[in-house]
Design a protein around this ligand. Structure first.
Ligand code: ADP
Length: 501
């Protein structure tokens, strides 16, 4: 029972029914009022026409009464005949009253010699020459003065009542005809409204079907709906959304396949090493150690990949909350650089830090440290022994800029945009050797974007690479506008706070 009720409610609230109801209301109600007012106007018109006709006859009778002196000698047969004939033709009754309000002629012979006292008759005698027409439902009554035109005096009154039955007959016929026409127009309107309300919802139903298709996993739906502009625009937005979903799906699949691929190599190595240890029973202890060491390295590598993946996922999440604190950037960079000193020293790489002014900015220190750490790590990893890494910090009124420049192997120009993609490595072998996962720069870029910042790379092969990041000094959760990320030119005379740590 509840279900049926719900179904009925859904049906009533459907666009189709709403459109249908609106169309019917705005067309049938005016149609009804127009038709009834046409009928009323027509009825009034034929009644007025009949009244005018009778008034004309009334004037003729009045003139005859005066000319024949009928009021003084009410037995002139020619006047009697005329009055009776007219009363008969119009199926009515005519009364003639003299100036003493005495009825001298009644075609029904019921009120002869009686006095007539009606407001209309009294008005007639009060000098008002107008005729009085009263519609009394089934009959019309016209009261008019009998005027002697030679003396312009009112000599009596003529009271004519006529049945409306034959007029009603005509008006009923006309009303029937009009009602028949209105019924046909109403049927046509209803048909058009039903068809229109049916067609108007077809494109919407097609969109709904396609959306249902997506929830069932069918991504191969594209809408090509012609119709009114709004539906076209929904259809275009829908297609754009499908494109985005398809892109996301492709990137998800690529990501999963990349992750599997990355983990496959260390897993295969571990398997080969373990197999050879298992199959050879007399493996010397040294070899055992060596193989176990290799297995350990591979496990470490997999741990690195998994940790980087976890960081990525955390950053991708909408809930990646920014713990923004006003931080001294100079101190933060100094701390980070200090950690790299031993590794740089090992490879005889010179680590130079220059800061052009004290900078404090609203940043998430933990996240930004990871991002900048990755840049330092790469600058050393992809450098030549005995090379240099220059780190600089500058700011203007809106942004601060960190550049990490190295004298390393560089990146071919055509690959410079790709290095920010997940798992992309220019030289797989070298990256693997140095323990790279191919996720570092993807993480770095994500973190910079979370700070509404921009990261750019400039590199010349075999000469070196420069990464520049630009981050707003004050954090806002709004998305940053895309601009070029040129560090401000620093005048030579400007005092450097730190030449070397
Ligand atoms: P990886 O873990 O391999 O270092 P990254 O995402 O940090 O991954 O870097 C992606 C690739 O970009 C690296 O494999 C390397 O080929 C290249 N790259 C990054 N930084 C530098 C740099 N300073 N100099 C030369 N090549 C670099």
């Amino acid at each position: 029972m509840k279900k049926v009720f719900k179904k009925i409610l859904h049906f009533i609230y459907s666009l189709r029914v709403q459109v249908l109801l609106v169309l019917l209301v705005i067309s049938l109600i005016p149609l009804y009022f127009i038709s009834t007012s046409i009928i009323n106007v027509y009825n009034n018109h034929i009644i007025n026409q009949r009244a005018e006709e009778l008034k004309r006859y009334g004037t003729i009778i009045s003139n005859l009464i005066i000319s024949k002196g009928y009021l003084l000698k009410p037995y002139d047969s020619s006047v009697d005949t005329e009055i009776s004939e007219i009363a008969e033709i119009y199926n009515g009754r005519i009364l003639v009253a003299d100036e003493n309000l005495k009825i001298i002629k009644d075609t029904y012979n019921l009120e002869n010699n009686k006095l007539v006292i009606s407001s209309e008759v009294i008005k007639c005698f009060s000098g008002n020459e107008e005729n009085f027409t009263v519609d009394l439902g089934n009959y019309i009554q016209i009261t008019m003065p009998i005027i002697d035109s030679s003396t312009q005096t009112i000599k009596g009154a003529l009271i004519m009542s006529f049945s409306k039955s034959n007029i009603n007959l005509i008006s009923e016929k006309v009303t029937d005809n009009i009602n028949f026409l209105v019924a046909i127009i109403a049927i046509i309107i209803i048909l058009i409204a039903v068809l229109y309300s049916f067609f108007i919802t077809i494109p919407l139903n097609r969109i709904a079907t396609s959306i249902n298709g997506i929830s069932e996993g069918n991504m191969d739906v594209k809408l090509d709906i012609h119709g009114y502009e709004e539906v076209k625009s929904i259809s275009n937005s829908f297609n754009t959304m499908i494109d985005v979903i398809q892109d996301q799906e492709a990137s998800r699949q690529e990501f999963v396949s990349n992750v599997s691929h990355e983990l496959k190599t260390p897993l295969a190595s571990v398997k080969v090493l373990a197999d050879s240890l298992i199959s050879d029973e007399d493996t010397p202890v040294e070899m055992y150690r060596e193989f176990m060491g290799d297995i350990n390295n591979e496990i470490e590598r997999m741990t690195d990949i998994v940790n980087d993946l976890l960081s990525m996922v955390r950053l991708e999440k909408k809930s990646a909350k920014m713990q923004v604190v006003n931080t001294n950037i100079n101190e933060m960079l100094e701390r980070l650089i200090k950690r790299f000193r031993p590794i740089a020293k090992d490879r005889k790489i010179d680590l130079i830090y220059e800061s052009f002014r004290p900078v404090t900015a609203d940043i998430d220190e933990v996240k930004l440290s990871i991002a900048i750490n990755n840049l330092f790590e790469n600058a050393i990893k992809y450098n030549y022994d005995g090379g240099w890494v220059k780190i600089s910090l500058n700011a203007d009124h809106k942004y601060f800029y960190v550049t990490v420049q190295d004298s390393g192997v560089g990146i071919p120009e055509e690959l410079q945009e790709k290095i920010f993609e997940r798992f992309y490595r220019v030289d797989k072998a070298r990256s693997r050797e140095t323990g790279g996962t191919g996720l570092g720069l993807a993480i770095t870029r994500k973190i910079i974007l979370l700070h509404n910042g921009v990261i750019k790379v400039h590199s010349i092969e075999k000469e070196g690479t420069t990464f520049t990041i630009r981050i707003p000094l004050s954090y806002s959760s709004a998305v940053s506008e895309v601009e070029t990320v040129e560090a401000p030119k620093t005048p030579e005379t400007e005092v450097k706070l730190d030449e070397k740590l």
